[in-house]
Design a protein around this ligand. Structure first.
Ligand code: BGC
Length: 768
């Protein structure tokens, strides 16, 4: 059973009524972040029930020693983990010396809201303590986008049926462990604890990586909205700093604490300046005050929504779903820092180590490219460019030569961190996604200059990898790629995964095409890159030999490309015939049963058709869709969006809609029964694509012209989205009866609608 407790609102995620069973799921769903740091929606006050505490800072990681059953040469020494960082949100509450703990008191009127329009999280509830006192609590908290090292909390407690003492104990806790630590170790060393009047700071350092982080707090109080001073008691412990303040209230009074927090790190400051920087931040926040900070938060989010929002009329759950996806993506990555990237769980959990996967290039780049300036997607590409040397080292460790690069499956700093042989060594299709990301960026933005300046070196190194990784099969008279895992991780060590072979061929051909263009148009860069890489004409000829003679498994009988050699030996029983009690199969079946089955975890052959749709005709797409979709279990969050887009492009709107609902509400309705571990951030970009590329039919084919082929699910009245196309803001609206384009820019924009050229004049709309 999927969870279904989130109330549908257009702009908010809302939970009503307190159910301890939902605490960890809600901690994920209501997470907040600002692209630089983020945290799960843990309660500020103590909670003794089941909870997963988490706050994370982008780029701060720990190389946790690899843990595997049997060591294999080539395994990385460590798995990088985004660190669960010192927690600044904690505020313990006592009422006449009885602790507030939602696990032990009687809770009513519980409501939690994540306001996506304005970027804040709130909670309200009544609690009756064991000792009989009743309080009403209202909290609001956010992590500022404008002051991106700062967060703020307003926490109000109203005395409903008593006069007495309300005790606030704000603290910073640096005694934090990662839930997913391999050896249950602490990753932090505490260097210094500084306490002051109403403020304090802990300086800590990550073990091994030696990142330094200062976490500061500043507090102030009010009773019935009048600022009050409260006497501070200080407790400095080995790994934490606690203050205690007692406020006297009469029945009906409301006592409030404001707590400002800041995390600063040695990524951005000299170590010796960190404490001061953190103090400066919280002092500034205190001076500005909660309301002003909140105003700035609303403005920042309003700017984001201006180019990112998608409006759906007539289906509130779909509306909430898409906004949730867009909101979480923006909480995870804003594109201002090329050292950061998009972890599959963002700042909402620890699974996947918070590191970078092929998800970024294959799924996230289109979203960031179309909803922000081109510089954001470029930063994502530069992240990989800056890690090229490591990718070459990584390939060398596996025996590749001559500057061949294998980008890691999972990484923080460019080194491979993944340590399952079937993925680390075999899931090499990720290398192709690096090049696909460049291709997509150049095609969308027309910033070809990225290629001579940066991209070409990556393309050469990746082409070298494919050239060396393929081998000539005497039996087939063609080149083959053996021992791989395709995107469908429910098959390992297969030969000739269609998607991988296709990418290998395409990467080489695209690299050669770019080399020719750079030679013509950017001779100085061409010379520099040739010298740096020692590339010769002979070598590129050898690459092309491989590309032009690549083998693809094909069934004449079914008239489809096969996912890999031997796929038809499997028993092809459609997913629809599996009892629901056996799904998800990755939680119900043994691994060997999964491997032998025909079930496909995520789009694989169809991933190829999604990337290279223009290389296949509509009948090809239909045949492959009809063959593979019934066998796909969509147990990776990355899957339904691809199927939704393809279904739309072959005019199967009911299927496209079904898969859209699944992708957009994957976390909100917990389809894969794992939302407590964190949200599926990277696939959220796929949800966005399902509307813009799927229903909207947006494509930029090789002619570079923006084109649309809009359709609308029958369940919706209308939908609209905005894109930033080469600096021009274009809004697209589609209802059941009309289609409208509004060009917000100063330039006329030429585009194609259902194949016909149209011109949308500057600052004008066109209704079709
Ligand atoms: C998927 C991969 C993906 C990873 C992180 C896995 O479950 O199979 O394709 O890169 O999750 O999202």
């Amino acid at each position: 059973m999927n969870k279904d407790y989130i109330k549908p609102y257009e702009w908010s995620i809302v939970e009503e009524g307190f159910d301890p069973e939902n605490v960890e799921a809600s901690e994920s769903l209501f997470s907040i972040g600002n692209g630089s740091m983020g945290q799960r929606a843990n309660f500020e006050e103590k909670y003794s029930g089941k909870t997963f505490q988490g706050s994370y800072i982008g780029g701060i990681y720990y190389p946790d020693k690899t843990r595997v059953g049997w060591w294999k040469n080539g395994y990385p020494e460590y798995f990088a983990k985004v660190l669960n960082a010192p927690n600044w949100i904690g505020i313990d509450i006592q009422i006449n010396e009885t602790e507030l703990d939602l696990n032990t008191c009687k809770v009513s009127n519980f409501k939690r809201e994540l306001n996506m329009k304005e970027g804040w999280l709130s909670r309200s509830f009544n609690a009756i303590l064991e000792t009989g006192e009743e309080i009403q609590v209202e909290t609001k908290r956010f992590i500022s986008l404008e002051y991106n090292e700062t967060g703020a909390i307003e926490y109000a407690v109203k005395a409903i049926n008593f006069s007495g003492e309300i005790t606030f104990s704000p603290y910073i806790d640096a005694g934090i462990k990662n839930e997913d630590s391999n050896y249950d170790e602490y990753f932090w060393e505490i260097l210094k604890i500084v306490n002051g009047k109403n403020n304090g700071c802990i300086l800590s350092k990550t073990l091994k990586t030696a990142f330094h982080v200062a976490t500061a707090m500043e507090v102030s109080f009010a009773v019935n909205n009048e600022k009050v001073d409260a006497l501070q008691q200080t407790e400095v412990e080995e790994k934490s700093l606690h203050y205690t303040y007692k406020l006297n209230v009469s029945e009906g009074d409301t006592a409030k604490i404001y707590k400002f927090g800041s995390c600063v790190s040695s990524l951005n400051y000299p170590k010796e300046d960190l404490i001061e920087a953190a103090f400066d931040n919280v002092k500034k926040a205190y001076k500005l005050g909660f309301s002003k900070l909140l105003e700035s938060q609303k403005e920042s989010w309003s700017n984001i929504w201006h180019t990112a929002d998608i409006i759906i009329e007539g289906d509130i759950k779909a509306q909430q779903g898409i906004r949730f996806n867009i909101f979480q993506l923006n909480q995870t990555y804003l594109g201002t820092d090329a050292r950061l990237n998009i972890g599959p769980k963002g700042f909402t959990g620890e699974k996947y180590g918070g590191s970078t996967y092929w998800d970024t290039e294959a799924y996230c780049i289109p979203f960031y490219m179309a909803t922000k300036d081109a510089s954001v997607a470029k930063n994502l590409l530069l992240y990989r460019y800056n890690q090229l040397d490591k990718a070459i080292e990584n390939a060398e460790k596996l025996g590749f030569k001559n500057g061949a690069a294998l980008y890691p499956m999972v990484t923080m700093n460019g080194e491979e961190c993944h340590n399952e042989w079937e993925i680390t060594f075999e899931e090499i299709h990720r290398n192709g996604a690096m090049i696909y990301g460049i291709y997509n960026y150049v095609n969308y933005t027309q910033d070809f200059e990225y290629v001579p300046k940066f991209g070409l070196e990556v393309m050469i190194a990746v082409a070298r990898f494919w050239h060396q990784r393929a081998n000539f099969s005497e039996a087939k008279g063609q080149y083959v790629v053996l021992g791989v895992t395709g995107p469908n991780e429910y098959e390992n060590n297969v030969n000739n995964n269609f998607y991988t072979n296709y990418l290998a061929k395409w990467c080489i051909q695209y690299a050669v095409e770019c080399l020719d263009r750079v030679a013509q148009e950017y001779p100085a860069d061409f010379k520099r890159v040739m010298e740096k890489t020692n590339l010769t004409n002979d070598e590129t000829k050898q690459w092309l030999q491989v590309a032009e003679n690549m083998y693809f498994p094909f069934s004449l009988e079914k008239n489809v490309y096969l996912q890999q050699d031997g796929f038809l030996d499997k028993e092809l029983i459609p997913v629809a015939e599996l009892p629901t009690s056996e799904r998800p199969i990755n939680q119900k079946w043994s691994w060997d049963r999964i491997l032998r089955s025909c079930y496909i975890k995520q789009a694989d052959v169809l991933q190829c058709m999604f990337f290279f749709e223009n290389k296949f005709d509509k009948e090809d797409l239909e045949r492959h869709f009809d063959f593979y979709e019934p066998l796909t279990v969509h147990e990776s969050s990355l899957s339904p969006c691809v199927h939704s887009i393809l279904a739309a492009s072959i005019d199967r709107m009911p299927k496209a809609y079904e898969q859209y609902v699944r992708t957009s509400r994957l976390d909100l309705d917990d389809y894969n029964h794992e939302v407590h571990e964190g949200c599926h951030i990277t696939s959220m970009a796929g949800t966005w694509m399902s509307i813009v590329q799927g229903f909207g039919g947006m494509r930029i084919w090789e002619d570079g012209v923006l084109s649309f082929n809009p359709q609308i699910p029958k369940e919706w009245k209308s939908y609209s989205f905005t894109i930033n196309f080469r600096g021009n803001i274009i809004k697209v609206y589609k209802s059941q009866t009309e289609c409208k384009f509004f060009n917000e820019s100063e330039n006329d924009v030429k585009m194609k609608l259902n194949g016909e050229e149209i011109l949308i004049p500057a600052n004008r709309s066109v209704i079709v």
